[in-house]
Design a protein around this ligand. Sequence first.
Ligand SMILES: Nc1ncnc2c1ncn2[C@@H]1O[C@H](COP(=O)(O)OP(=O)(O)OP(=O)(O)O)[C@@H](O)[C@H]1O
Length: 305
Amino acid sequence: MSNAIEVRHLNKYFAQRHIVKDLSLTIEQGKICGFLGPNGSGKTTSIRMLCGLLTPDSGTGQCLGHDLINNYAAIKKQTGYMTQHFSLWKKLSVRANLRFLARLHRLTAAGKRVDDVLEQMGLTQRQHQLAGNLSGGWKQRLALAAALLHRPKLLLLDEPTAGVDPNARREFWHILHQLAEQGITILVSTHYMDEAERCHQLAYLCWGTLLATGDIPSIIARQNLQTWQVRGENIHWLENTLRGKPGIQYLTRLGNVLHVTGGRGDVTEQTLRWHGKHHQFISVETGLEDIFSHLLNQYEQQEVK
Ligand SMILES: Nc1ncnc2c1ncn2[C@@H]1O[C@H](COP(=O)(O)OP(=O)(O)OP(=O)(O)O)[C@@H](O)[C@H]1O
């Protein structure tokens, strides 16, 4: 399996600010990589460097076999980029939007190509609807259709499902998996943990620094955290009682269930047994949200030192 993206030590500055710091990232062809991290961490900037819209200040690499610095035009041609605030022509129909873009791309057999992406995105029934009248979920699909018109091998999607309802997001992700199965590589930024869990691989960027990359089980295992799921009466009381106690790092409430996380081998379990005498608890896998909070805390502590 070849790598669609293989970049090393990319750096980007805006004025004096170091926005992307030494970014090294590898993504295999046909895989979906989730790009996560707090707002303003440099995800969009990184995406723009990968598709040749921004030149890195230093670093090397290739996308789709083309050199990132010397051959960015070839990368651009084979990449579909869906921006955070994608624009469509509200007063044109779905089909007319795509026809117009196909013309901009100078695509041959544009009518057939538009038919194909309409079909692929499940938009055929809505092709004559005005784009401005589509719901959020259908607008995202139209934006994805637009990004796919020129048959890209790489898709860079910047928060494509922000503000979209869960059902539409699920359908959108079903399409992403179909595209990956066809060999299209996808880098998608998101703040949703359920979406992160749907990815083959994750990259977690924090204030320009890549803190973790790899598949989910290996990212979780590397952090050496242990989590207990706790049930019982007065869970709210237990949550408040445990806060700040020895071995307690993260407390996450999910309705009437409390997740308690601490370092592996730490005194978390003893603390829990002491305070939660009347509660039931079982060991569960640590959630991604806690893993990312942990990475962020560790990073901020190091920065303070
Ligand atoms: N063209 C620019 N000129 C100057 N500063 C910029 C420019 N583009 C982005 N920045 C700054 O770089 C930092 C990283 O921005 P970026 O949009 O890459 O982060 P992000 O992780 O994608 O954020 P979000 O999750 O909010 O979309 C921010 O502080 C932003 O203000």
